[in-house]
Design a protein around this ligand. Structure first.
Ligand code: ZN
Ligand code: ZN
Length: 337
């Protein structure tokens, strides 16, 4: 595909889309039926269908039985760690293999013209973003994800929390299932904005931000505290009356879905003229500029409402620059007083 039909490339080789990401349409046009249809299709297909398929696979074949999960033990916890580890290796590894190692589409639709392997840096273990991010994904990211998962399943197995049945509560559970992306976005924004408070940033979140040019393995390369909080989105299903299948789906949206913001390409070319939308641009800009786009892709546009939305446009850039100038002026004033 010709990426210059969809965007522009600067002298450094960085590509940017012409069309700027938009917040969900219904905040401006709630009654537009055609847009609702398009929105609902994109809401479930393809990413959430994928997460649900993976969740059903776990549910049917991979989760230990509920009797076993009534007691906390290393056996089934390590089993789930292995399952999550293999799952991530297959999914993230496939994207890494085809688009970063084999480079099947070169730098077409790639936001940053360079590949991480071309940029060794002292901030990474072994000076390599790939090795560093891969190891941290397994040592911190997937480890804490599994811990959250084990605690969640153990609570359900013992009926310490509400476990609603689909036959008795079909409407509420369907509603809750449809709300999972909303819960994800709000929860992510709150946690993410909090760990950008300078002292927490330095201690926790800087690990994830070492990757200024994120790639698939950057997705779960986080400090253990961050990944525990991030996957803790699942606690919502212990507070709200829910069902473990929905809780597991919510967890997979966080774990398997973390890759979306870190794919590094706007589109992944599948064939000569079909491509998969990555939805990665807003979070790519977060890794580039730090103080913008703390949330997801505008389903609940908290960034827009709080003035930190950056869609790649000149206007958004000017707003960010003005905010930064105000911050510097305030800092200088406090130094001089
Ligand atoms: Zn990130
Ligand atoms: Zn951040």
């Amino acid at each position: 595909m010709d990426d210059l039909q969809y965007g522009t490339r600067n002298k450094r080789g960085d590509w940017a889309p012409n069309a700027h990401p938009q917040i969900a349409f219904f905040w401006n046009n709630p009654l537009d039926l055609t847009k609702w249809v398009k929105f609902l299709v994109a809401y479930v297909w393809p990413w959430n269908v994928f997460h649900m398929a993976v969740t059903l696979l776990y549910w049917r074949y991979l989760l230990p039985d509920w009797e076993t999960m009534k007691t906390l033990s290393w056996g089934w916890a390590l089993w789930l760690y292995a399952v999550n580890g293999v799952g991530i290796f297959l999914m993230y590894g496939a994207i890494e293999f085809f688009y970063y190692w084999k480079r099947r589409q070169g730098t077409r639709f790639k936001f940053n013209g360079k590949f991480p392997s071309e940029q060794p840096s002292d901030v990474f273990w072994f000076k390599s973003q790939n090795i560093d991010n891969f190891l941290k994904s397994y040592l911190y990211g997937i480890m804490m994800w599994t811990l959250v998962e084990v605690l969640m399943l153990w609570c359900f197995a013992n009926h310490y929390v509400y476990w609603l049945n689909w036959s008795e509560h079909p409407y509420w559970l369907t509603f809750l299932l449809f709300m999972t992306p909303v819960i994800h976005e709000v929860n992510f924004f709150v946690i993410h904005r909090t760990i950008h408070i300078p002292i927490l940033y330095k201690w926790i979140h800087s690990v994830h931000h070492n990757s200024v040019n994120p790639s698939p393995w950057s997705s779960l390369s986080m400090h253990p505290v961050e990944t525990f909080l991030y996957h803790g989105v699942v606690w919502w299903h212990l507070i709200l009356p829910s069902n473990p299948l929905i809780a597991l789906f919510q967890l997979h949206m966080a774990g398997y879905g973390a890759i979306n913001g870190h794919i590094g390409f706007d589109k992944l070319e599948l064939t000569e003229d079909t491509a998969l939308e990555s939805h990665a641009y807003l979070h790519y800009l977060h890794h580039k500029y730090f103080e913008v786009n703390y949330g997801g892709d505008g389903l609940v546009p908290l960034d827009k409402w709080l003035g930190t939305w950056h869609d790649g446009s000149k206007e958004a850039q000017a707003l960010m620059d003005a905010r930064y100038a105000r911050k510097v002026a305030k800092l200088n004033a406090s130094k001089n007083s």
